[in-house]
Design a binder for this molecule. Structure first.
Ligand code: PPS
Length: 315
């Protein structure tokens, strides 16, 4: 993105003094604020072209805060759109079947925009952008949007382990400090609190299907059927059953087109923490000390004050 250009975000970009740190051809990108949202520099510096993306009205957006259940939703949707055909849904890695809107090219992968330019609509598109940074074309064209939200405690734990294993992400540092970065909204893609609230506020006006990871764990069939109805599909009972089985944590962990082992090991180091790590509700209990939990909850009440979003930390 050119600084000072005539775009909605030109004046809101703040260059950080941090530089890109590269080790063995893997680059850790500094975070740059775009309208107050920290994004990795390769996203922030290309934000103009992301903002200008013009979806087709038939395109479907899957939006999430990182680590909230994106890949799970992507896999469910792809299977629903292909009548539960497991072979077709193994045609390519999930990153190619469902391009990641704001991801820019690395030596290993093309950018999301490049992939999208080569696909005919209807396309399924992934984003982690908070509501206010989603290209306005999605709302102008009334694109269907599925949002998956996950309770803050488990979302934080999952993000922590992901930042440990993803060599392109900023260093997570120790757990104790990471909690504070999460609470202050300093991680890539910004504040979890603002993210979940942003889509919640807009869900009725924009016809957003707002799902919860915990509901998907509790009763996957019910949630798969909910997505099916939203997509205006009607699949046979046995096909729905197959989709539920194919998108269980165990099946997806074994699926090389969904489990992110297709990313080179020097970028995603699964031996540090696998992408398909635990897939549970309540793993936060293994991470928070009583004191950390007290502090986190006190802050949570303040940040979520006027919002009554029905998150569950246990099922
Ligand atoms: S990303 O990188 O933001 O796209 O990651 P995302 O897919 O949103 O989140 C990864 C976490 O989701 C868990 N996961 C699942 N849980 C239950 N069932 C299924 N099928 C499933 N697929 C992915 C994955 O294990 C990560 O959570 P944690 O808690 O780290 O295990």
């Amino acid at each position: 993105m050119s600084e000072g250009g005539n775009t909605p975000y030109s004046n809101s970009i703040q260059r950080t003094s941090a530089s890109i740190q590269c080790h063995q051809r893997i680059c850790k990108f500094p975070l740059i604020n775009v309208r107050g949202v920290p994004l990795m520099s390769y996203i922030a510096n290309n934000f103009d072209s992301i903002w200008d993306f013009k979806p087709d009205p038939s395109d479907l957006l899957i939006a999430t805060y990182p680590k909230a259940g994106t890949t799970w939703a992507q896999e469910i949707v792809d299977l629903l759109l292909h009548n539960g055909d497991a072979e077709i849904c193994r045609r390519a890695p999930v990153t190619e079947r469902v391009p990641f809107l704001e991801i820019f090219a690395t030596p290993e992968t093309p950018s999301g925009l490049e992939l999208l330019s080569k696909m005919d609509p209807p396309r399924v598109i992934k984003t982690h952008l908070p509501f206010q940074l989603v290209p306005p074309g999605f709302w102008e064209n009334k694109c269907k949007t599925i949002y998956v939200a996950r309770n803050a405690r488990d979302n934080l734990v999952s993000y922590y382990h992901f930042d440990r294993m993803n060599m392109a992400h900023p260093e997570p540092g120790p757990w104790e400090g990471y909690i504070h970065k999460f609470m202050r909204g300093e991680l890539s893609w910004g504040s979890w609190y603002e993210h979940v609230k942003g889509y919640w506020k807009e869900r009725e006006e924009r016809n957003i299907l707002y799902l919860f990871y915990e509901d998907m764990k509790e009763n996957p069939r019910r949630e798969v059927e909910r997505i099916m109805r939203y997509l205006e599909l009607s699949l046979a009972d046995d096909v729905i059953g197959r989709i539920v089985a194919l998108t269980s944590f165990e099946s997806m962990k074994d699926n090389p087109m969904a489990n992110y082992t297709f990313i080179p090991e020097r970028v995603f180091v699964h031996s540090i923490s696998p992408f398909m790590r635990k897939g549970e509700v309540g793993d936060w209990t293994n991470h928070f000390t009583p004191e950390q939990l007290r502090m986190f909850e006190e802050d949570y009440e303040k940040q979520m004050d006027e919002f009554d979003i029905p998150f569950r930390t246990n099922i």
